[in-house]
Each structure stands twice: as structure tokens, then as C-alpha cells.
Design a protein around this ligand. Structure first.
Ligand SMILES: N[C@@H](CCC(=O)N[C@@H](CS)C(=O)NCC(=O)O)C(=O)O
Length: 286
């Protein structure tokens, strides 16, 4: 009997080792492995935010499947304690990759490129890669910073007025105090109380225009912003060029030929188009 069992097991083993079964077994192992490594990617973002667009474009360019968690900035959802647990500065975007959080749009972009398959979005040439990082830095510290000031009187101030009507001044200030980033909180309160003076706005417009000139020059020298490769730098600056245009500075962009050609090329990319096609879920009517 024992012999029979042995023979039976041996027979089974032989059977299992036929080519098809080896494929089947490896398939099962791979299947298990796939199950183990199935990850979820959730983006906390706001439809019209420049920094959220950077993250959406990058996810789409890499072909990453992601879930959307829209954060309504208009009702200060970004300052709710549950969201501040995710993003300590109470701003969008934030990325949750299977429970591990990344925030700061530039860090999110590099994380996505490092972590997922698909085309590399960073040049292999080290000089180009360094220039890509220079533009990522400028996207935050020059373009975003100044665009925020320009947008204040044109968009945010009006919104603050609306909020004041809805919430009342005291309630509104109480809400602003739940902004966890003390620097931003201080700036927001100052801007809400005093607005932004014309001289500051003119300075900011000039500062962005100067960067657009540098982009136009770079794009005259090579196909993409930081060299011959389409990269994260192209993605990082686009939302600010677009925002500059829609804030009434269309002519400043149109007068720069290389920049205009690049802009059209960027919007012809399906990943970019899809990132911009994400509209405000609150506007959805059925
Ligand atoms: N440095 C941050 C900036 C993020 C940021 O300022 N996000 C804006 C939208 S573009 C935001 O959430 N604003 C809401 C607020 O300040 O309350 C990044 O690049 O992710």
C-alpha cells in the first residue's frame, strides 16, 4: 500500500511536471504573486488645481490606473482633520499608493516615474535630467508662487467675498485657522484682509513672462523643455502657462513662437487632454 501511495505520488509528480502543468503551476504562482502585489493608487486632487494637473498628467502618461478622490477646495475639505492626516499642509494633491502617502506635486511626479512601468519621464542624459529638476523647482518656486498672487485678485478675492457672505466673517476666519501650514495661513489671512497690490501683481506678471521667455529660448534650442526628451519638466510648467493664458495674458504666450508650438504639441497628447478633461464633479448634473 505504501508502495502504491509512493507510486501514485510519483505519478502525480510526473503528471504535474508535464509542460502544460509547469505553465499552469507557474501561472498559479504568478497569479498569487500578482494578487499579493495588487496595489491601489488613489489621487486626492481638485479638478482645477495646477498642482493636481501635474499629478494627473504624470499618472496618465505612465498609464497608471488610479482612483480619484476629489477634494473640494471651495468647501475647505482640504482642511478637514481626516485630510490633514493625509497631507500635513492641507493642500492638494496627495497620492496614496497602497496606504503609503506621497505629497508635494514634484515629489509625486518623481515617485510615479520611479515606481511604475511605462515610458521613463526623466531624461537619461544627466545634464538634461539636471535641467529637468531646475524646471521642477521653478514650477513651484517661481511659476506657482507668482501665479497664486496674480490669481488672488482675479479669482480668489471674489471667492473670499462669496465665502464671507455664506459663512460670515468670524466663521470664515475660524475656517482659515484650520489651515495647518502656518506660513500659508498667515499669507491667506493677509491676502484676504488686504488683497494684493497692483505693484505686486505687475511684478508677478513680469516674473512669469521672464520665465516664459526662457522657456521659449530653450524650446528654440531643443524639442522639449529640458532637452531632446519629453519629461516631467514639460508636465510641470504646462499648468502655469495655461493659467497665465486664461488669466488674460494670452498675448504674452502667443507672441512666443516656440512656446506656442510646444503648447499645442502638449495638448495634442492624450494623457494631457485627459488630465484637463477632468471637470468639477460638483458640476455634474444628471
Ligand atoms: N507645493 C505644493 C503646493 C500645493 C498647492 O498649493 N495646492 C493648492 C492647489 S494648486 C491648494 O491645495 N490650495 C488650497 C489651499 O491653499 O487652501 C505642491 O506642489 O503640491
Amino acid at each position: 500500500m505504501e508502495f502504491m501511495n509512493f507510486k501514485y505520488s510519483g505519478f502525480l509528480l510526473l503528471e504535474l511536471l508535464t509542460q502544460n502543468n509547469i505553465l499552469l503551476i507557474s501561472g498559479l504562482v504568478l497569479g498569487l504573486k500578482k494578487e499579493e502585489t495588487t496595489m491601489t493608487v488613489t489621487l486626492y486632487h481638485y479638478w482645477g488645481s495646477t498642482c493636481s494637473r501635474k499629478a494627473r498628467m504624470t499618472l496618465n502618461e505612465k498609464g497608471v490606473e488610479w482612483e480619484s478622490r476629489h477634494i473640494d477646495l471651495h468647501v475647505f475639505e482640504n482642511w478637514e482633520p481626516w485630510y490633514v492626516d493625509i497631507h500635513p499642509n492641507g493642500v492638494v494633491p496627495a497620492l496614496d499608493h497602497d496606504g503609503r502617502i506621497v505629497y508635494e506635486s514634484n515629489a509625486i511626479m518623481e515617485y510615479i516615474d520611479d515606481t511604475f512601468g511605462g515610458p521613463s519621464l526623466r531624461p537619461s542624459d544627466t545634464w538634461e535630467r539636471a535641467h529637468m529638476r531646475i524646471w521642477l523647482d521653478k514650477s513651484e518656486h517661481i511659476l506657482h508662487k507668482n501665479m497664486h498672487l496674480i490669481s488672488h485678485n482675479r479669482a480668489h478675492a471674489h471667492r473670499w467675498g462669496e465665502y464671507e457672505k455664506i459663512y460670515g466673517r468670524d466663521k470664515l476666519l475660524e475656517r482659515v485657522h484650520s489651515q495647518p501650514d502656518i506660513q500659508r495661513r498667515r499669507d491667506e489671512i493677509h491676502h484676504a484682509e488686504h488683497g494684493i497690490d497692483e505693484e505686486t501683481i505687475e511684478f508677478s506678471i513680469g516674473r512669469i513672462d521672464e520665465q516664459l521667455n526662457l522657456m521659449d529660448r530653450a524650446l528654440g534650442e531643443h524639442q522639449w523643455l529640458s532637452g531632446t526628451t519629453f519629461s516631467l519638466s514639460d508636465i510641470a510648467v504646462l499648468p502655469f502657462v495655461e493659467r497665465f493664458k486664461v488669466n488674460g495674458m494670452d498675448d504674452a504666450v502667443a507672441s512666443k513662437k516656440n512656446l506656442t508650438n510646444w503648447y499645442e504639441k502638449m495638448f495634442a497628447r492624450p494623457a494631457v487632454e485627459r488630465a484637463y478633461a477632468f471637470t468639477n464633479p460638483a458640476d455634474d448634473t444628471c
